[in-house]
Design a protein around this ligand. Structure first.
Ligand code: HEM
Length: 219
């Protein structure tokens, strides 16, 4: 992970160098805009720009690609739910959030506590390193009963798919739109999506989620 992060940072630094050298001829994109953006009269540092671009690309790419495989697999593995969704497209937005509650595209994020706090009966000291397991929270039996049960009438505020608090996902509206289009297209352009008998999809390994190999039979 550290090696990939470094490789990515070098790649972004190169993009900045190329744009600086091109001056007026630099492509009119978000990366160029970040070079001229000022916050409180100050230009962003390269470290800040790399961090911003890392957040947006990694925050989006990994979660959306995992979601694509999770949603396609869920349709294939649950024929009755697939039939219901084909017949009732209006329930897709709620269904997508519910499927991704059952099988999280994002497993966890990290935190450092800023103050002493008691959480779930555990004492945490200021400065403790903790991991927020979204997967575990979204499958909490005390909140959801049987975590595998697919239900369209759950309280949406209990679903922590996009996080909560000041770091709640700013990309959630876009993610929801992208995944709705994905599901609509998958259902519009097919009559059936099924698993392939005799094959076993390969699940991605933590910290990634979704599937790295997913054979489907599409008709
Ligand atoms: C199914 C897709 C997605 C899921 C499940 C998801 C989930 C999350 C979660 C749980 C957080 C909170 C992280 C924390 O508290 O530490 C988060 C933050 C974030 N997400 Fe998403 N996200 C998705 C798609 C996207 C997209 C499409 C974008 C960009 C267009 C995006 C950009 C971000 C950014 C920049 C943050 C950091 C916010 C901050 O730290 O203040 N995400 N996301």
């Amino acid at each position: 992970m550290a090696a990939i992060a470094t490789e990515f940072d070098v790649y972004i630094h190169e993009l900045l160098t190329v744009r600086r050298a091109a001056g007026e001829a630099a492509p009119a994109d978000l990366t160029t805009r970040l070079l001229t953006e000022r916050i409180a009269y100050r230009y962003l540092t390269d470290t800040q720009i790399v961090s911003i671009l890392r957040l947006w690309t990694v925050g989006e790419l990994s979660t959306i690609s995992a979601s694509v495989s999770i949603l396609a697999h869920y349709l294939a593995a649950h024929q009755e739910i697939q039939r219901d969704l084909r017949a009732n497209r209006a329930s897709l937005p709620v269904a997508i959030d519910e499927i991704l509650r059952i099988h999280s595209p994002l497993i966890s994020n990290r935190r450092i506590t800023t103050t002493d706090v008691e959480l779930g009966g555990r004492e945490l000291a200021a400065g403790d390193r903790i991991t927020l397991m979204w997967t575990s929270a979204n499958r909490d039996e005390a909140v959801f009963g049987d975590p595998d049960e697919f239900r369209l009438d759950r309280d949406p505020s209990a679903n922590l798919l996009y996080g909560a608090g000041i770091h709640v996902c700013p990309g959630a509206p876009m993610a929801r739109l992208e995944l709705l289009v994905l599901m609509e297209e998958l259902l519009d352009r097919t009559t059936g999506i099924g698993l392939v008998p005799g094959t076993e999809p390969t699940k991605a390994v933590y910290p990634a989620s979704g599937f790295t190999w997913l054979p489907l039979r599409i008709s």
